[in-house]
Design a binder for this molecule. Structure first.
Ligand code: 13P
Length: 249
């Protein structure tokens, strides 16, 4: 049985007071939840979150990481720095990073490798645009995004990683993939990994992200290959985020 994971990606939202209230609500509720819970604040708030989460079951993650270990890379943050601030997870290849910051499949694979070299668990985000879906290319696009990472790190690396399927057209739009649409892609991702290593595929957690709300979470998380969610907007509202966590119970 794969333990479900509900991950809250705060994106570029937050402020000290607001974070403090949200983190207090989440930590107070988390010990009663059956799923694993993780929060992904912006970099400057990692230290605040590390303190707030100390002694709780809630895990900490970062939204991105440099592919480099250290050096003259102004503005970048390395995997070892994230590890020092208590991060367990890091997102790599989020569609906003790919689309707005020019992260190529090669860069995403390098970030995945850098994360694991500091014992962080990468959450590899993959997803198709609306145009790609309408052209019938969804599974091909996702397969290529996954293959770029598999070619670099090998299938064994997926044993300490998570995949998140986030259709670009569903992110922040209020439009959610139907449970059947999501399940189809999740099953294809698992099959691609299973073709290389059935055991790794069986243990691999594949999250769904894109307009997950309390109203649709139960049905999404009920699909056989959906192992939790990567939550954006609803992760900023304690009541909604906790209802989504309950849906993964
Ligand atoms: P929304 O839940 O706001 O659609 O965002 C999804 C997402 O991108 C999480 O990483």
């Amino acid at each position: 049985m794969r333990k479900k994971l509900v991950a809250g990606n705060w994106k570029m939202h937050g402020a000290l007071q607001q974070n403090s209230t949200l983190l207090a609500r989440i930590t107070a509720a988390a010990s009663g939840l059956a799923c694993e819970v993780a929060v992904f604040p912006p970099y400057p708030y990692l230290a605040q979150a590390q303190l707030a989460l100390a002694g709780s079951v809630v895990a900490l993650g970062a939204q991105s990481v440099s592919e480099h270990a250290s050096g003259v890379f102004t503005g970048e943050v390395s995997a070892s720095m994230l590890a020092e601030f208590g991060c367990r997870y890091v997102l790599v290849g989020h569609s906003e990073r790919r689309a707005l910051f020019g992260e190529t499949e090669i860069v995403v694979a390098a970030k995945f490798e850098a994360a694991q070299s500091s014992a962080l668990v990468p959450i590899l985000c993959v997803g198709e645009t609306l145009g790609q879906r309408e052209a019938g290319k969804t599974v091909t696009v996702i397969a290529r995004q996954l293959a770029a990472v598999l070619e670099r790190v090998g299938v064994a690396a997926m044993a300490s990683a998570v995949v998140a399927y986030e259709p670009v057209w569903a992110i922040g739009t209020g439009v959610t993939a139907s449970p059947a649409q999501a399940q189809e892609v999740h099953a294809a991702i698992r099959a691609q990994v299973a073709a290389l290593d059935a055991g790794v595929a069986e243990g691999l957690r594949i999250l769904y992200g894109g307009s997950v709300k309390p109203q649709n979470a139960v049905e999404l998380f009920g699909q056989s290959d959906i192992d939790g969610g990567l939550i954006g907007g609803a992760a900023l509202v304690a009541d909604d985020f906790l209802k989504i966590c309950l849906a993964a119970n």
